[in-house]
Ligand binder design. Structure first.
Ligand code: NAG
Ligand code: NAG
Ligand code: NAG
Ligand code: NAG
Ligand code: NAG
Ligand code: NAG
Ligand code: NAG
Ligand code: NAG
Length: 420
């Protein structure tokens, strides 16, 4: 009898394993390394018409992807392989899906670049993510490749191909890019951003986990989970997420959520009705409109009275002296909770609220956005590092984990070991 039960158990285990294997091969997500270059520059490492992977700056707002490269040209008098102004996507991109800035000139049908004057190309304007200056790219067809993951556990050598339309510009067009970053990858909800080019079975879902370290990469997934971060190989990260509605705003391809209040130690600071909250990968610190900022700074100072203050370090408005009797101490501050319309709470704990700016000064890493800022709240990268975020464009939901450090893992804990 005992032997029979044991045999049955083995058979059941085998069946369970088989199911797991099938489930793993059916789950289709792509996995991409995320590198941190500075507090406002994180890049995705993938193949964009290139034989080796390149870094493109992650932008949740950009209408389309563009990079520094000259499109292939057959002979010296011939035109490059690129979209012409007669093709529908050209008009569509120029009118509906373009970068919007009053600084940009109206695009013409002729490229400004030497050698292409007589070609009917499709020049479109792009805006520099850091300086706001305007330049032109021409539209080309690209062949991007991403590593498939084995059910969210490792990177496979199998590749997934996508064929987005992207902008190409000569490398000298833009200064002020981190040295190994060669363009911008658009992860927005635009019809020409990368998620729009994902095809069945890869769903239009982006899961982004920005690293806090400049040396250990974070991770970006395309497609639904499961997703795993070591050492918890039994926990699908999706089970750690809280979900709320992803909101749309006219005139933006980016992502917004409905924050109703900011709560610090049981005291609620109301966010006015109709105020918008945007998520940004280009702003280093969360920006609050002045009315909200002042209330948050006042409340935060009050609940941290026991920590000695320090002279302010720009751009911050609340700073602490972290040197006590000559020795550096780690400070711990109360959580800052962003409370959503539906009552869900995004908790910002010390690792994401306090930045050590010098040896003995640490500051509240939130900044005043001015009294008339377009968005009441812009959640910046310091607050989302080591937080797992899931933008689901299939059903317009947003999932967030709060700090993974409280779950004994981090965004640098994806196992990138290549598996076959
Ligand atoms: C990318 O590769 C495709 C296919 O090889 C080619 O048609 C296209 O012109 C290339 N694009 C650029 C920008 O080089
Ligand atoms: C560019 O070409 C398109 C298609 O041929 C045409 O509709 C449009 O008017 C042209 N635009 C300019 C500024 O010449
Ligand atoms: C993706 O696959 C390629 C080809 O097998 C491999 O060279 C590369 O290292 C992989 N990328 C990652 C992040 O594992
Ligand atoms: C916060 O408020 C709840 C009820 O509103 C109360 O039970 C709790 O004790 C309060 N906590 C603190 C730290 O004041
Ligand atoms: C909020 O927006 C709606 C629609 O745009 C408007 O009707 C309403 O008056 C606004 N409420 C406030 C308090 O501004
Ligand atoms: C911090 O406090 C110590 C005294 O405990 C003082 O010597 C030091 O200058 C202070 N540092 C700053 C930046 O305020
Ligand atoms: C700092 O040093 C003084 C004098 O040695 C001592 O009285 C005080 O308790 C110390 N403060 C802390 C926080 O250790
Ligand atoms: C990463 O994955 C490889 C291959 O599956 C495995 O051998 C290794 O133990 C994993 N490393 C960690 C830290 O989980």
């Amino acid at each position: 009898m005992f032997v029979l039960i044991q045999a049955l158990a083995i058979v059941l285990t085998l069946i369970a394993h088989e199911h797991e294997a099938i489930a793993a091969s059916l789950s289709s997500s792509l996995v991409v390394q995320v590198n941190k270059h500075s507090e406002s520059a994180y890049s995705a490492h993938a193949y964009f018409n290139s034989s080796s992977p390149q870094n493109l700056l992650i932008d949740l707002d950009a209408p389309f992807t563009w990079r520094f490269s000259f499109p292939r040209q057959e002979g010296c008098d011939s035109c490059p392989e690129a979209l012409t102004c007669r093709e529908f996507p050209c008009t569509d991109l120029r009118t509906t899906y373009s970068y919007k800035s009053p600084l940009c000139p109206k695009p013409t049908n002729r490229s400004l670049y030497d050698g292409y004057h007589n070609c009917e190309l499709c020049p479109v304007n792009v805006i520099h993510p850091f300086t706001g200056s305007c330049s032109q790219v021409i539209l080309t067809y690209d062949e991007s490749m991403f590593n498939i993951s084995n059910g969210g556990r490792n990177a496979l050598s199998d590749m997934y191909m996508a064929y987005p339309i992207i902008g190409s510009t000569p490398p000298w067009t833009f200064d002020f890019f981190p040295s190994s970053v060669v363009g911008v990858i658009a992860l927005s909800a635009s019809q020409y951003a990368l998620p729009a080019y994902l095809q069945d079975p890869v769903e239009r879902i982006i899961a982004l986990c920005l690293p806090s370290s400049g040396t250990d990469p974070g991770v970006l997934f395309f497609g639904d989970g499961p997703y795993y971060l070591f050492p918890r190989d039994d926990v699908d990260v999706r089970s750690l997420l809280t979900y709320t509605a992803l909101l749309k705003q006219p005139n933006s391809f980016g992502y917004f959520i409905g924050v109703n209040a900011i709560v610090i130690k049981n005291r609620s600071i109301n966010v006015p009705v109709n105020a918008t909250t945007k998520i940004s990968t280009l702003d280093p610190y969360t920006k609050l409109r002045t009315d909200i900022y002042n209330n948050v700074a006042r409340r935060f100072s009050k609940v941290t009275k026991r920590i000695p203050p320090a002279k302010l370090v720009a751009p911050f408005g609340v700073c602490f002296n972290t040197s006590v009797n000559g020795t550096k101490v780690a400070i711990r501050v109360p959580d800052i909770d962003l409370v959503m319309q539906d009552g869900k709470k995004w908790t910002i704990s010390t690792a994401n609220s306090i930045k050590q700016v010098t040896e003995d000064v640490a500051c509240l890493a939130f900044v005043d956005a001015g009294p008339t800022s377009e968005h009441a709240i812009v959640i910046g990268t310091y607050q989302i590092e080591d937080n797992f975020l899931m933008f689901n464009l299939e059903d317009s939901t947003f999932g967030f984990s709060s700090s993974l450090l409280r779950r004994q893992t981090s965004c640098s804990n994806f196992n990138f070991t290549l598996t076959h």
